[in-house]
Design a protein around this ligand. Structure first.
Ligand SMILES: Nc1ncnc2c1ncn2[C@@H]1O[C@H](COS(=O)(=O)NC(=O)[C@@H](N)CO)[C@@H](O)[C@H]1O
Length: 423
């Protein structure tokens, strides 16, 4: 969310951001509400001053005038008792509108309402030319006994999966490989819960607009996070960090849960889009400095590109449009790896910089060298998400006999050069 002071002073910039991101926000309503809150605050402060002055007058009063002053004090108290709940109600309404204020995207973001305006900026590697008819990932899994979609549906419902034998071990090998890449880059590895709180989801930005994507537990007692980013982003909520403790650089492996509401009919077969998946997440909390944020953005993106290169997958880099990146993003770049059976690239990584949009929501602050307290900047990116990446790995690295080669970088983690059929 944006700084109210900034909104008051630069309404035209906020209006531009609302337009670029198609934000569900009426800025005039927010500004009017802000004025109402300010006026009511002044009125309450005025009454509190009168009540204090009146209390002093009562203490000094002659007996015959006391009663009148006491009555006056009671009347002021009654008026305050009426106005203070009203102020809290208006402030809650204002906060709900502030949650919808969008970050102004960087000037290089393609302007457009959806992902059809995303722009391919770089391509790495070339799609393989097969000398035999390749199988898609579901056929490879069924041919080799590497999983069981039917029984997964029986035990878990739609958009679920069971991996068996070599493929199950391959998923674990890939996640550890990705974690090691993050640790080599200096990120602190954490395991974090997936069970989270509404405050963390508001702090992240998933609430209020993306609430329908989140599974609720026990009527809202807890929620299942769609990404470790939600937990990592709330770790330091409410704290004031010393500047010399920044940047915080975390990587976390966690199960991720998504209802995929609105994705009916999309990727319904196999491993591409499931309700529960695993992800190694990259997260940075740094000083409120655009240069530093941009450097972290490039660093996090290059780590993910390094991972895709180590997995020997053809991929492309995509600059995400203003309408597709979401309310909080300053900049978002996705990596998309080649899927032979679909003859197109599909998203595997998503790298985002949000300036202080999340920090203002979650109360992420630090004290700088001069003692000034500032909201931090946050960034996040995918290091590796399974099982989606298995779609690309199985299909791109398959042999004619249905076995699948393991990229050299992962062989030490998997222990073999190839995935073999499950006996
Ligand atoms: N329903 C899903 N099933 C399988 N994989 C998914 C699903 N949703 C997302 N992913 C994977 O998780 C990656 C990151 O998801 S994201 O929503 O784009 N971005 C985030 O979650 C950020 N925290 C960066 O990781 C995606 O690029 C994709 O590879």
């Amino acid at each position: 969310m944006l700084d109210l002071k900034f909104i008051r002073e630069h309404p035209e910039q906020v209006r531009r951001a609302i337009e670029l991101k198609n934000a569900p926000l009426d800025l005039d309503q927010l500004l009017a509400l802000d004025q109402q809150v300010l006026a009511l605050k002044r009125q309450i402060e005025q009454l509190q001053a009168e009540r204090n002055a009146n209390a002093k007058a009562v203490a000094r009063a002659q007996p015959e005038e006391r009663e009148v002053l006491v009555e006056k004090g009671r009347a002021i108290g009654a008026e305050l008792a009426r106005l203070e709940p009203r102020l809290r109600e208006l402030e809650a309404q204002l906060k709900n509108l502030l949650y919808l204020t969008p970050t102004l995207p960087w000037e290089g973001a393609p302007v457009g309402p959806d992902d059809s305006f995303n722009v391919e900026t770089r391509v790495h590697g070339n799609p393989r030319v097969f000398l035999f008819e390749p199988l898609d990932h579901v056929a490879l899994i069924e041919k080799n006994g590497w999983g069981d979609f039917e029984r997964a549906a029986k035990v878990s419902g739609s958009r679920s999966y069971i991996l068996r034998g070599d493929l199950m071990l391959y998923e674990l090998a890939l996640l550890r490989f990705a974690l090691d890449r993050m640790i080599e880059a200096g990120f602190t590895p954490l395991s974090v819960p997936s069970l989270t709180k509404a405050e963390a989801l508001y702090g992240h930005g998933q609430f209020p607009t993306g609430r329908d994507q989140v599974y609720e537990v026990n009527g809202g007692e807890a929620y299942l996070a769609g990404t470790a980013e939600v937990l990592l982003n709330y770790l330091h909520a409410g704290e004031i960090l010393p500047e010399d403790e920044l940047p915080k650089t975390y990587c976390a492996l966690s199960p991720c849960f998504r209802s995929e509401a609105g994705s009916a009919g999309k990727d319904v077969r196999g491993l591409m889009r499931v309700h529960q998946f695993n992800k190694v997440e990259q997260y940075v909390l740094c000083r409120a400095d655009l240069e530093e944020s941009n450097r972290w953005f490039e660093t996090m993106l290059s780590i993910s590109e390094g991972i895709l290169q180590a997995l020997e997958l053809p991929y492309r880099v995509v600059e995400v449009s203003t309408g597709d990146m979401g309310l909080g993003k300053y900049r978002q770049v996705d990596l998309e790896a080649w899927v032979p059976s679909q003859n197109r690239y599909r998203e595997t990584h998503s790298c985002s910089a949000l300036l202080d949009w999340q920090a203002r929501r979650a109360g992420l602050r630090y004290r700088d060298a001069r003692g000034k307290v500032l909201h931090a900047y946050t960034l996040n990116n995918t290091a590796l998400a399974t099982p989606r990446i298995l779609v690309m790995l199985l299909e791109n690295h398959q042999n004619e006999d249905g076995t699948v080669n393991v990229p050299k970088a992962v062989q030490p983690y998997f222990g073999k050069e190839r995935l073999e059929p499950n006996r």
